[in-house]
Write a protein that binds this ligand. Structure first.
Ligand code: LMR
Length: 392
């Protein structure tokens, strides 16, 4: 049987991350995998997370199963933190998931099981694992155009592309800090996009992995609410990897959203069956931490303060890189990097140029030109910008 296996290339983000770790050069620069890094290049355990974790060790009396849907209180608190005007159980319901990716996977399986003909519309470009996940569940896929190297989201172009979608098709929308472009529509634009999606009979599928990294937790959540309040049905994948720094704890939620929708509970039972047949039950540790933070006002305030620090560090790095690139290459407009949101932005390079950057300069970007700007060493910013512009 194993003889039948053909070696497959690994996801390019994971491949770049691995290559960076194996590079012995001291002056290498990591623009690769999407993890937050502070000024020292460290991905910290957040202070509120450490405190909650300690409390958990001291008080946890059992490690028995938490159930197929995970810790329902965690799911409810997270869901309410994102959509405070939706009642849990009536307007939205869901399960704890294995990180944001696990939520995307189980929601995609659900959508396809409820409508096997659904075509999944993704932005081009998008996070490469979207294609891998939707392909793995057997979904048909199409893309809609998504702007890059600009600060403006062209909603009309997206809606024009969606004219070709059939009612019941699924439209994947990044829930903020678009990966890889950093280009985010405003709240109003998201409202208009959703109205166009609903008018075409399509289902929004929001993948929100960066709430709190864009404008602030409440402002970022309000952008998702702008979609939820207009869509009779919506799929929502939430990740706590970045905003709680819980990457390896695989913490997230898969939510079904629809104000007063009569069939939410039945749809959720289908979600539970899919989860049970897949991984049976989710891990608890990360969810228990997030729950504790949401339930304790002091921990919550500390977490929000640190999230703000992280966001401000990222935004400072965006500004610094845009200015350094403008110094290094003046005949281009780099302001889109400063005006974008979250950890990512693109630089206009070919995959070959990205490879040369890696091999000759030790600068690791994703072959599509994506840069994770968080954690860039500001003391070397001009040096780094000078290397980057050799590729454009
Ligand atoms: C990324 O886009 O780099 C992150 O979301 C990590 C991942 O799993 O790809």
């Amino acid at each position: 049987m194993f003889d039948q296996a053909v070696a497959r290339p690994i996801d390019q983000i994971i491949a770049i991350s691995r290559a960076y770790q194996e590079d012995p050069r001291d002056d290498k620069v990591d623009f690769g995998i999407g993890v937050y890094k502070d000024a020292n290049g460290v991905t910290p355990v957040m202070r509120a997370v450490k405190a909650a974790e300690q409390r958990l060790i001291d008080t946890q009396m059992t490690k028995t199963y938490v159930g197929v849907g995970g810790d329902q209180k965690f799911v409810e608190l997270l869901a309410k933190a994102v959509l405070p005007d939706h009642d849990y159980g009536t307007d939205m319901i869901g399960i704890q998931s294995i990180g944001g990716s696990g939520a995307v996977r189980v929601l995609a399986e659900l959508a396809l099981s409820l409508n096997p003909k659904a075509n999944f519309w993704m932005p081009d470009p998008t996070w490469p694992n979207h294609r891998a996940i939707f392909g793995a569940v057997g979904a048909a896929m199409t893309t809609y155009p998504y702007p890059k190297f600009t600060a403006d989201a062209d909603i009309d172009a997206i809606l024009q592309a969606l004219d070709a979608a059939a009612p019941g098709d699924v439209v994947v929308i990044h829930g903020g800090c678009h990966n890889p472009t950093g280009v985010d529509p405003s709240r109003e634009e998201l409202g208009r996009l959703t109205e166009g999606i609903v008018a075409r009979g399509l289902i929004p599928f929001v993948d929100a992995a960066y709430i709190g990294f864009g404008r602030g937790w409440d402002e970022d959540a309000a952008r998702i609410a702008a979609i939820a309040e207009r869509a009779p049905e919506m799929l929502l994948a939430l990740s706590c990897s970045k905003n709680f720094g819980l990457y390896r704890e695989r913490t997230g939620a898969a939510l079904l959203v629809g104000k007063g929708h009569a069939n939410l509970a039945a749809a959720n039972s289908a979600l539970l069956s899919l989860a049970r047949a897949n991984y049976s039950m989710p891990p608890d540790h990360g969810a228990a931490i997030v729950r504790m933070i949401f339930e304790d006002p002091e921990l919550k305030a500390a977490w929000l303060a640190e999230l703000k620090e992280m966001r401000e560090t990222i935004n400072g790095s965006r500004t610094a890189l845009a200015l350094a690139l403008a110094r290094a290459k003046q005949d281009r407009d780099w302001t889109y990097i400063d005006k974008g949101y979250g950890m990512f932005s693109l630089i206009d390079v070919t995959p070959e140029a990205a490879q040369t950057l890696r091999e000759e300069h030790g600068v690791y970007i994703i072959p599509d030109g994506r840069m994770n700007i968080a954690g860039i060493d500001l003391s070397k910013i001009d040096e780094i910008a000078a290397k980057l512009v050799t590729a454009v």
